[in-house]
Design a protein around this ligand. Structure first.
Ligand SMILES: Cc1ncc(COP(=O)(O)O)c(C=O)c1O
Length: 395
């Protein structure tokens, strides 16, 4: 039976990162996978997480399963972090959430619930979107439609075209939005633009599904949640896939949550039971470690303050790297790279052709996707000059 299956090509992003690891050039630069790297080129463990981990090792007395919906202090802490302390939807008890293996698990559980509620729902995704959205949501059986989003000419959002496309989204459809730090383009909606999307959802009846994987890495924890919270303040139903991979540095621990803002408390309870059943079908029980660590940080004022300071430093460093990279590229290549500074989060399209991105890999060992998407957080003081010189050579 197994022999009938053929080997698949490597994942386009992970395959490039593996190629970079195998490259013997000591000056190689990996700008492929979306992982935060510090100045030393290391993806660090937050001090707050290390402290929580030491306490957990001391106190842990069991490895029995967590409850099916996950760790309670994690779930309530993350709901507050995402929706805001004073969220009316939270106070009205019409929010339920389930701890998931990463943001990917949350996207998948969200898709399972959408499919259970509306099997013919169409999911509207931005052009471009994170490529993993397609298998994660599509394998549930949902159909896709694309809305215009990124304009390579301006390196910004083509909002008029987005609105034009979304006029075709109807009640029973889902519109997938990147809550902040759009992956892959780094171009985000402004708050007034979120307001327009809220009005359209109110009028047309579609349901926003917000992928929220980078809270705290754009402008700050509260600022990055403003668009999502605006939707929640105006609409009866919003689905959120939250990830703790980047903002808690818990990538490999696989922790996130599918959060459902429902029209009333009874429906929130119904959706919780449906999400538990969906998780049971897909992976049965959530992993514990990451949620226990994030839950502890979120429920302990001292750890929480340390974590917020660390996250804010990360965010400021990314924004500093954006300015530095803009200056380095403008100095080496001429032209206007101001867009790098305007964008948010870890990603940016440099605007190179696939052939130029390939030459950067083959001739200079600078690895980025063929689309010229870079992970800005892979830049540091040691490699920035080399990156800019190499880009100038292929331009
Ligand atoms: C846009 C987007 N959504 C969701 C995720 C979820 O990541 P994870 O499952 O590692 O939490 C990522 C991670 O790279 C992402 O870029």
């Amino acid at each position: 039976m197994l022999r009938s299956l053929q080997q698949l090509p490597a994942d386009p992003i992970l395959g490039l990162s593996a190629a970079c690891r195998a490259d013997p050039n000591p000056g190689k630069v990996d700008l492929t996978v979306g992982i935060y790297m510090d100045e030393a080129g290391v993806c660090p463990v937050f001090e707050a997480i290390q402290m929580a981990q030491r306490a957990l090792v001391e106190e842990e007395v069991t490895k029995a399963y967590l409850p099916a919906a996950g760790d309670e202090s994690f779930n309530t802490g993350l709901q507050r972090l995402v929706l805001g302390e004073g969220s009316a939807a939270l106070l009205e008890g019409r929010v339920s959430s389930i701890q998931t293996p990463g943001g990917c698990g949350a996207l998948r559980i969200g898709a399972e619930i959408v499919h259970a509620a509306a099997p013919d729902a169409r999911v509207w995704v931005s052009d471009p979107t994170w490529p993993v959205h397609i298998p994660l949501l599509g394998s549930v059986g949902l159909e896709f439609r694309t809305y215009n989003y990124y304009d390579p000419a301006t390196h910004g959002v083509n909002f008029d075209a987005m609105v034009e496309d979304l006029k075709n989204a109807v009640a029973g459809d889902v519109v997938l939005l990147h809550g902040c730090c759009h992956n892959p383009c780094g171009a985000d909606l402004t708050l007034p633009q979120w307001g327009v999307i809220a009005e359209m959802a109110e009028r047309q009846g579609f349901t926003p599904f917000v992928d929220f994987a980078y809270q705290g890495l754009g402008d700050g924890l509260e600022e990055d949640a403003a668009g999502l919270r605006l939707l929640v303040s105006r609409l009866p139903e919003v689905i959120v896939a939250a990830s703790c991979s980047k903002n808690f540095g818990l990538y490999r621990e696989r922790v996130g949550a599918a959060i459902f803002v429902c029209s009333d408390a009874a429906n929130a309870r119904a959706i919780l039971s449906q999400s538990q059943a969906a998780a049971r079908r897909v992976y049965s029980m959530p992993p514990a470690q990451g949620a226990l660590l994030a839950g502890r940080v979120l429920s302990d004022d001292r750890l929480g303050a340390i974590w917020r300071t660390e996250l804010s430093a990360m965010c400021q460093r990314i924004n500093g790297l954006r300015s530095d990279l803009r200056r380095a590229l403008e100095a080496q290549c001429g032209g206007d790279f101001a867009f790098i500074e305007r964008e948010k989060g870890m990603f940016s399209f440099l605007g190179l052709s696939a052939e130029q991105a390939q030459r950067l890999r083959h001739e200079h060992s600078v690895y980025m996707l063929d689309s010229s998407r870079i992970n800005v957080a892979g830049v540091n003081a040691r490699n920035i000059g080399y990156i800019a010189e190499s880009v100038a050579k292929v331009l």
